[in-house]
Design a protein around this ligand. Structure first.
Ligand code: SF4
Length: 131
């Protein structure tokens, strides 16, 4: 599915001003680099900051629009069908289940995500401290 062909219904109101339209080759390279860094960041958070990820999961609102944007940030996931359906959905990885971990992830999708956050701890370190 191409970005422009994606159904835009179900976008969280908080994400309506989302815009990912880099201009020029350098802009696209920069955004791709940011998306790659975001993927690495999610892996690190899932592995080393599980309490932060769990807390953010509780703050996450909205619903998945099945747009497939998070499955296609840098390279297209091989488990994604042409209709943007995940063929291993019930067995997908933790980082897939946890997308978006926080608002930083929301800035990286090609089209606005259906999720949003009511509130967010300022830093993962604080979020990992005992309540
Ligand atoms: S989590 Fe968000 S970006 Fe990923 S498929 Fe669902 S709506 Fe799209």
């Amino acid at each position: 599915m191409t970005d422009t062909a994606c159904d835009l219904s179900g976008i969280a109101e908080a994400n309506l001003d989302h815009a990912q339209s880099p201009s020029g080759v350098l802009g696209r390279i920069w955004l791709w680099t940011l998306r790659l860094a975001g993927q690495i960041r999610r892996q690190v958070l899932s592995r080393f900051r599980p309490r932060y990820v769990a807390r953010m999961r509780r703050l996450r609102r909205g619903t998945c629009r099945n747009c497939g944007s998070c499955c296609n940030l840098t390279f297209r996931c091989p488990f994604l069908t042409a209709e943007s359906r995940c063929i291993i959905y019930d067995h997908r990885t933790l980082t897939c289940r946890d997308f978006p971990i926080d608002t930083k992830d929301l800035e990286l999708t090609r089209v606005p995500c259906g999720h949003y956050f009511d509130a967010e701890p300022r830093e993962p370190d604080r979020a990992n401290s005992p309540d």
